[in-house]
Design a protein around this ligand. Structure first.
Ligand SMILES: [Ca+2]
Ligand SMILES: [Ca+2]
Ligand SMILES: [Ca+2]
Length: 416
């Protein structure tokens, strides 16, 4: 027994807030499988949560298959509703829907003669139709003309001998673009109200100069983006637009000429198409987590001698998960192992009264606690004053330091 023990005090200091919230179950991705139909798989990502009072989180959408168009709703809080991985600024519980549109192979083709296999039929044009004449190669020299033929070179010596889009000697529509003729190709089809449709076509330059600039319109409203034909002749390039029919029951589809150059602006169209789209949608639910980190409950030796090591263990409720452990010790002590874990071993080098502390972090919160430690100096051997010799049967006084409670007697009788 050592002197300092008689005055040593045991104090456990806790700080921070008490753990009062209910355990939090992690999101269960199996409750939110992707949606799938018409060769599309749409996944809005696993349900997730954000620490209260809110913050930003990246949505993890994916679309597998031939989606033509997709977007998130609601768009509020998103930096971009038209990308698969937008950033959401979450201020409360919210459910986002990722909606994708794909071509349903079972939906019928609405455009008639879109591949021009039927010749100059089924469509209207502001342009003047010319017939390919044998042994003539200048039928389409004037701007504002078109032909339906398998080889543009048959009607203009400046036009390349392109194959149609699918090859095999099929027809295409060849156009010599004009400054003031807007509608190159138009056709009216029946549609269902409140449905999504995809209109598409292929374009190739037949002369490299001043490539065509085209855009779809439906019922006189331009839709989709403007396509610039590739200058290199005979390079077929697709372009498309997505259209919602709203209350319409018919759609007059047109391909618009937006390049008003008279020189060049020579191109071909093929495989014009309009099909109804199927929609596939999936949801992701984001909740707010109001989580409190527990106060670490530290246990270990309180009283040690300098030069001794002590192992200190922190324990916690099962939830929430503790994500980081950061122990700190005063100078004169060294963490010899376990930093970053719930248990550390500390070498106490110097005598002191101080504390070992632990900072923890959970997903949404942090907390800390300290544990008092008293490290004592190893005392010198107790001094006993008295005679250095004592004969058998004699009595003599020996004076011990007052705190010594016991001494080992070796052939001596202790009287008092
Ligand atoms: Ca064709
Ligand atoms: Ca000809
Ligand atoms: Ca031209």
């Amino acid at each position: 027994m050592l002197e300092w023990m008689t005055s040593g005090l045991f104090v456990l200091i806790c700080c921070g807030i008490q753990w009062t919230s209910q355990p939090i179950s992690p999101p269960d991705p199996t409750n939110n499988p992707p949606a799938s139909a018409c060769n599309l798989i749409v996944d809005a990502g696993p349900d997730t949560n954000v620490c209260a009072p809110g913050g930003t989180i990246g949505l993890m959408g994916s679309v597998t298959g031939n989606a033509i168009y997709y977007y998130w709703t609601p768009a509020s809080g998103l930096n971009n509703a038209f990308i698969l991985n937008p950033t959401a600024n979450v201020t409360g519980p919210v459910t986002y829907t990722l909606r994708a549109y794909g071509v349903d192979p079972n939906n019928p083709q609405l455009v008639v003669n879109g591949n021009f296999s039927g010749g100059n039929t089924g469509f209207n044009s502001d342009y003047n139709y010319v017939v390919d004449l044998p042994n003539v190669q200048n039928e389409m020299v004037p701007e504002g003309t078109y032909a339906v033929i398998p080889n543009p070179n048959l009607v203009h010596t400046g036009f390349s001998a392109c194959n149609d889009h699918t090859g095999g000697g099929g027809n295409m529509m060849v156009i010599n673009g004009a400054a003031n003729l807007q509608d190159i190709w138009c056709q009216t089809v029946a549609v269902s109200p409140n449905s999504y449709y995809n209109v598409s076509a292929w374009v190739a330059s037949v002369n490299p100069s001043s490539p065509a600039q085209l855009q779809f319109s439906i019922n006189n409203v331009p839709i989709g983006s403007i396509i610039n034909a590739v200058p290199s002749p005979c390079t077929w390039t697709p372009f498309n637009a997505v259209w919602n029919s709203g209350s319409s029951t018919t759609a007059t589809i047109c391909i618009l000429n937006l390049n008003t150059a008279q020189g060049g602006n020579d191109f071909a169209l093929d495989d014009i198409s309009m099909v109804g789209l199927c929609v596939v949608e999936d949801e992701v639910e984001i909740t707010l987590v109001n989580e409190q980190a527990p106060v670490p409950d530290i246990d270990g030796p309180t009283f040690l001698c300098e030069g001794e090591t002590g192992t200190y263990t922190a324990s916690f409720p099962p939830d929430p998960e503790i994500l980081s452990f950061d122990w700190s010790v005063p100078s004169g002590a060294i963490i010899t192992s376990g930093q970053g874990t719930p248990e550390v071993t500390v070498l106490w080098q110097d005598a002191q009264e101080d504390e070992i502390c632990l900072d923890i972090e959970t997903r949404c919160d942090e907390n800390s606690a300290c544990f008092d430690v008293v490290v004592g100096t190893v005392p010198a051997l107790p001094l006993i004053s008295g005679p250095s010799t004592l004969c058998p049967g004699k009595q003599q006084h020996f004076i011990l330091q007052s705190w010594i409670r016991m001494i080992r007697l070796n052939g001596l009788s202790l009287l008092r």
